[in-house]
Design a protein around this ligand. Structure first.
Ligand SMILES: [Zn+2]
Length: 274
Protein backbone atom coordinates (compact mmCIF):
# COMPACT_ATOMS: atom_id res chain seq x y z
CA UNK A 1 0.00 0.00 0.00
CA UNK A 2 1.86 3.06 -1.30
CA UNK A 3 0.65 6.60 -0.57
CA UNK A 4 1.75 9.89 -2.11
CA UNK A 5 1.30 12.95 0.08
CA UNK A 6 1.10 16.01 -2.20
CA UNK A 7 1.65 19.11 -0.07
CA UNK A 8 0.75 22.72 -0.79
CA UNK A 9 0.98 25.63 1.63
CA UNK A 10 -2.04 27.94 1.45
CA UNK A 11 -4.25 25.39 3.22
CA UNK A 12 -1.78 24.70 6.00
CA UNK A 13 -2.71 25.29 9.64
CA UNK A 14 -2.80 29.00 10.48
CA UNK A 15 -2.04 30.37 6.99
CA UNK A 16 -4.17 33.40 6.03
CA UNK A 17 -1.82 35.68 4.03
CA UNK A 18 0.66 35.50 1.12
CA UNK A 19 3.45 36.85 3.36
CA UNK A 20 3.24 33.62 5.34
CA UNK A 21 3.81 31.37 2.32
CA UNK A 22 6.35 33.29 0.20
CA UNK A 23 10.11 33.19 0.90
CA UNK A 24 11.92 36.32 2.10
CA UNK A 25 9.12 37.31 4.45
CA UNK A 26 9.77 37.24 8.20
CA UNK A 27 6.75 35.00 8.89
CA UNK A 28 7.63 32.40 6.20
CA UNK A 29 9.99 30.15 8.24
CA UNK A 30 7.31 29.68 10.93
CA UNK A 31 4.88 28.41 8.34
CA UNK A 32 7.44 26.05 6.79
CA UNK A 33 7.55 24.42 10.22
CA UNK A 34 3.75 24.31 10.44
CA UNK A 35 3.58 22.83 6.92
CA UNK A 36 6.06 20.14 7.95
CA UNK A 37 3.98 19.40 11.06
CA UNK A 38 0.77 19.00 8.99
CA UNK A 39 2.57 16.67 6.57
CA UNK A 40 4.09 14.63 9.40
CA UNK A 41 0.58 14.20 10.83
CA UNK A 42 -0.65 12.83 7.49
CA UNK A 43 2.36 10.49 7.32
CA UNK A 44 1.64 9.12 10.81
CA UNK A 45 -2.00 8.58 9.89
CA UNK A 46 -1.12 6.88 6.59
CA UNK A 47 1.18 4.38 8.28
CA UNK A 48 -1.30 3.85 11.15
CA UNK A 49 -3.98 3.06 8.55
CA UNK A 50 -1.79 0.38 6.96
CA UNK A 51 0.41 2.08 4.35
CA UNK A 52 3.71 0.32 3.70
CA UNK A 53 5.35 3.14 1.71
CA UNK A 54 4.74 6.88 1.92
CA UNK A 55 6.34 9.43 -0.39
CA UNK A 56 5.97 13.20 -0.13
CA UNK A 57 6.04 15.88 -2.86
CA UNK A 58 6.47 19.53 -1.98
CA UNK A 59 4.25 21.38 -4.47
CA UNK A 60 4.17 24.98 -3.25
CA UNK A 61 5.92 27.75 -5.22
CA UNK A 62 9.48 26.52 -5.85
CA UNK A 63 8.90 23.20 -4.09
CA UNK A 64 11.38 24.07 -1.35
CA UNK A 65 9.26 24.63 1.72
CA UNK A 66 9.11 21.42 3.75
CA UNK A 67 11.87 21.03 6.34
CA UNK A 68 13.50 17.77 5.29
CA UNK A 69 15.43 17.58 8.58
CA UNK A 70 12.15 17.42 10.50
CA UNK A 71 10.28 14.97 8.27
CA UNK A 72 9.29 11.52 9.47
CA UNK A 73 12.29 9.21 8.72
CA UNK A 74 10.07 6.65 6.97
CA UNK A 75 9.44 8.80 3.87
CA UNK A 76 11.25 10.27 0.87
CA UNK A 77 10.72 13.88 -0.17
CA UNK A 78 10.56 15.19 -3.72
CA UNK A 79 11.72 18.78 -3.41
CA UNK A 80 12.44 21.61 -5.89
CA UNK A 81 11.14 22.60 -9.32
CA UNK A 82 10.47 22.21 -12.14
CA UNK A 83 9.42 18.58 -12.32
CA UNK A 84 7.20 17.15 -15.04
CA UNK A 85 4.17 16.52 -12.84
CA UNK A 86 4.99 19.30 -10.38
CA UNK A 87 2.57 19.14 -7.42
CA UNK A 88 1.91 15.41 -7.88
CA UNK A 89 5.29 14.36 -9.20
CA UNK A 90 5.95 10.76 -8.20
CA UNK A 91 2.44 9.50 -9.03
CA UNK A 92 3.78 8.37 -12.44
CA UNK A 93 5.76 5.65 -10.64
CA UNK A 94 2.57 4.19 -9.19
CA UNK A 95 0.67 4.68 -5.94
CA UNK A 96 -2.51 3.34 -4.36
CA UNK A 97 -3.77 6.71 -3.17
CA UNK A 98 -2.92 10.42 -2.98
CA UNK A 99 -3.50 12.84 -0.10
CA UNK A 100 -3.66 16.61 -0.65
CA UNK A 101 -2.29 18.34 2.46
CA UNK A 102 -2.52 22.14 2.74
CA UNK A 103 -4.57 22.60 -0.44
CA UNK A 104 -6.73 25.64 -1.30
CA UNK A 105 -9.87 26.38 -3.30
CA UNK A 106 -9.88 27.45 -6.94
CA UNK A 107 -9.60 31.05 -8.15
CA UNK A 108 -12.74 33.06 -7.46
CA UNK A 109 -14.16 31.00 -4.59
CA UNK A 110 -15.94 33.02 -1.89
CA UNK A 111 -14.55 32.68 1.66
CA UNK A 112 -11.47 30.69 0.68
CA UNK A 113 -7.98 31.46 1.96
CA UNK A 114 -5.68 32.61 -0.88
CA UNK A 115 -7.98 31.20 -3.56
CA UNK A 116 -6.14 30.92 -6.87
CA UNK A 117 -5.39 28.40 -9.61
CA UNK A 118 -1.68 27.78 -10.19
CA UNK A 119 -0.71 31.44 -10.51
CA UNK A 120 -2.59 34.22 -8.73
CA UNK A 121 -0.79 36.74 -10.97
CA UNK A 122 -1.50 35.12 -14.35
CA UNK A 123 -4.51 32.79 -14.27
CA UNK A 124 -8.01 34.09 -13.65
CA UNK A 125 -9.86 30.90 -14.58
CA UNK A 126 -9.47 27.36 -15.88
CA UNK A 127 -12.29 25.35 -17.49
CA UNK A 128 -12.07 21.75 -18.66
CA UNK A 129 -15.05 20.70 -20.77
CA UNK A 130 -16.81 23.85 -19.48
CA UNK A 131 -16.35 22.95 -15.80
CA UNK A 132 -14.34 25.32 -13.60
CA UNK A 133 -11.24 23.60 -12.25
CA UNK A 134 -8.84 24.46 -9.44
CA UNK A 135 -5.56 22.82 -8.52
CA UNK A 136 -7.23 19.92 -6.70
CA UNK A 137 -9.26 19.03 -9.80
CA UNK A 138 -6.31 19.41 -12.18
CA UNK A 139 -3.92 17.39 -10.04
CA UNK A 140 -6.66 14.88 -9.29
CA UNK A 141 -7.18 14.35 -13.03
CA UNK A 142 -3.43 13.80 -13.52
CA UNK A 143 -3.50 11.19 -10.74
CA UNK A 144 -6.60 9.67 -12.36
CA UNK A 145 -4.64 9.22 -15.59
CA UNK A 146 -2.37 6.87 -13.61
CA UNK A 147 -5.44 5.19 -12.03
CA UNK A 148 -4.67 6.68 -8.62
CA UNK A 149 -7.55 8.12 -6.52
CA UNK A 150 -7.47 11.19 -4.24
CA UNK A 151 -8.38 9.77 -0.85
CA UNK A 152 -7.88 12.64 1.59
CA UNK A 153 -7.45 16.43 1.67
CA UNK A 154 -6.78 19.11 4.27
CA UNK A 155 -7.39 22.86 4.04
CA UNK A 156 -10.17 25.34 4.76
CA UNK A 157 -13.92 24.64 4.53
CA UNK A 158 -14.14 25.78 0.89
CA UNK A 159 -11.38 23.40 -0.17
CA UNK A 160 -13.21 20.58 1.62
CA UNK A 161 -16.39 21.36 -0.35
CA UNK A 162 -14.46 21.55 -3.64
CA UNK A 163 -12.76 18.17 -3.23
CA UNK A 164 -16.06 16.52 -2.32
CA UNK A 165 -17.63 17.95 -5.49
CA UNK A 166 -14.81 16.55 -7.61
CA UNK A 167 -13.94 13.26 -5.93
CA UNK A 168 -17.16 12.34 -4.13
CA UNK A 169 -18.38 12.12 -0.54
CA UNK A 170 -16.07 9.23 0.27
CA UNK A 171 -13.00 11.45 0.37
CA UNK A 172 -11.76 12.06 3.91
CA UNK A 173 -11.20 15.73 4.79
CA UNK A 174 -9.52 17.62 7.61
CA UNK A 175 -10.76 21.21 7.95
CA UNK A 176 -7.99 23.12 9.69
CA UNK A 177 -9.57 26.59 9.44
CA UNK A 178 -12.80 28.35 8.53
CA UNK A 179 -12.21 31.15 6.05
CA UNK A 180 -14.37 34.24 6.56
CA UNK A 181 -12.82 36.02 3.54
CA UNK A 182 -9.89 35.42 1.19
CA UNK A 183 -7.39 36.55 3.84
CA UNK A 184 -9.06 35.98 7.19
CA UNK A 185 -10.02 32.77 8.94
CA UNK A 186 -10.93 31.23 12.26
CA UNK A 187 -7.91 28.97 12.73
CA UNK A 188 -7.54 25.90 14.87
CA UNK A 189 -4.14 25.59 16.57
CA UNK A 190 -1.67 22.90 15.44
CA UNK A 191 -2.33 20.84 18.56
CA UNK A 192 -5.88 20.35 17.24
CA UNK A 193 -5.27 20.23 13.47
CA UNK A 194 -2.49 17.63 13.51
CA UNK A 195 -4.90 15.25 15.24
CA UNK A 196 -7.63 15.97 12.64
CA UNK A 197 -5.16 15.41 9.77
CA UNK A 198 -3.71 12.23 11.29
CA UNK A 199 -7.17 10.75 11.88
CA UNK A 200 -8.40 11.63 8.37
CA UNK A 201 -5.27 10.13 6.80
CA UNK A 202 -5.69 6.94 8.80
CA UNK A 203 -9.34 6.59 7.79
CA UNK A 204 -8.44 7.27 4.16
CA UNK A 205 -5.98 4.35 3.98
CA UNK A 206 -8.45 2.11 5.83
CA UNK A 207 -11.05 3.07 3.20
CA UNK A 208 -8.62 2.03 0.46
CA UNK A 209 -8.14 -1.34 2.12
CA UNK A 210 -11.86 -1.94 2.55
CA UNK A 211 -12.68 -0.79 -0.99
CA UNK A 212 -14.70 2.26 0.10
CA UNK A 213 -12.22 4.99 -0.95
CA UNK A 214 -13.07 7.24 -3.92
CA UNK A 215 -12.41 5.85 -7.38
CA UNK A 216 -9.74 7.47 -9.58
CA UNK A 217 -10.95 10.77 -11.12
CA UNK A 218 -10.73 10.15 -14.85
CA UNK A 219 -11.54 12.45 -17.77
CA UNK A 220 -11.88 10.47 -20.96
CA UNK A 221 -12.30 11.42 -24.60
CA UNK A 222 -11.63 14.73 -26.31
CA UNK A 223 -10.94 17.52 -23.84
CA UNK A 224 -11.52 21.26 -24.25
CA UNK A 225 -9.26 23.42 -22.10
CA UNK A 226 -10.18 27.08 -21.71
CA UNK A 227 -7.71 29.27 -19.89
CA UNK A 228 -8.47 32.88 -18.95
CA UNK A 229 -5.49 35.07 -18.14
CA UNK A 230 -5.34 38.12 -15.89
CA UNK A 231 -4.03 40.43 -18.61
CA UNK A 232 -4.17 40.59 -22.40
CA UNK A 233 -0.40 40.34 -22.93
CA UNK A 234 -0.43 37.06 -21.01
CA UNK A 235 -3.06 35.60 -23.34
CA UNK A 236 -1.05 36.90 -26.32
CA UNK A 237 2.05 35.05 -25.09
CA UNK A 238 0.17 31.85 -24.22
CA UNK A 239 -1.43 31.80 -27.68
CA UNK A 240 2.07 31.49 -29.23
CA UNK A 241 1.82 27.79 -28.38
CA UNK A 242 0.90 25.94 -31.60
CA UNK A 243 -2.68 24.65 -31.98
CA UNK A 244 -4.08 27.04 -29.40
CA UNK A 245 -6.95 29.35 -30.31
CA UNK A 246 -7.44 32.82 -28.94
CA UNK A 247 -11.17 33.07 -28.23
CA UNK A 248 -12.78 36.01 -26.45
CA UNK A 249 -10.98 38.68 -24.44
CA UNK A 250 -8.13 37.12 -22.44
CA UNK A 251 -9.11 33.49 -23.12
CA UNK A 252 -7.09 30.82 -24.93
CA UNK A 253 -8.52 27.44 -25.90
CA UNK A 254 -6.90 24.12 -26.68
CA UNK A 255 -8.53 20.84 -27.71
CA UNK A 256 -6.61 17.74 -26.64
CA UNK A 257 -7.07 13.99 -26.95
CA UNK A 258 -6.20 13.17 -23.35
CA UNK A 259 -5.77 14.72 -19.92
CA UNK A 260 -1.96 14.50 -19.80
CA UNK A 261 -1.70 16.62 -22.95
CA UNK A 262 -4.26 19.03 -21.46
CA UNK A 263 -2.25 19.30 -18.25
CA UNK A 264 1.09 19.84 -20.02
CA UNK A 265 -0.48 22.45 -22.34
CA UNK A 266 -1.91 24.22 -19.28
CA UNK A 267 1.55 24.26 -17.67
CA UNK A 268 3.17 25.44 -20.91
CA UNK A 269 0.66 28.26 -21.44
CA UNK A 270 0.98 29.54 -17.87
CA UNK A 271 4.79 29.45 -18.22
CA UNK A 272 4.69 31.34 -21.54
CA UNK A 273 2.33 33.94 -20.07
CA UNK A 274 4.95 35.15 -17.60
ZN1 LIG B 1 0.73 26.89 -3.12
Amino acid sequence: MKILIAADMEGITGVVHWDQVMPNNPEYPRFCKLMTDDVNAAIRGAFAGGASTVIVTDGHFNGRNLLVEELDPRVTLTSGSPSRLSMVNGVENGADGVMFVGYHARMGTTNAILDHTWSDERVSGVWINDRAFGESGLNGAVCGHFDVPIIMASGDQSLCVEVREFFGERIETAQVKKAVSSMSAECLPPSATTKLIEDAAKRAVENLKSGTAPKPFKIMGSIKLLLEFEQSHMADKAALLPFTKRTVDRCVEYIADDIMTTYLVFRSMTALAK
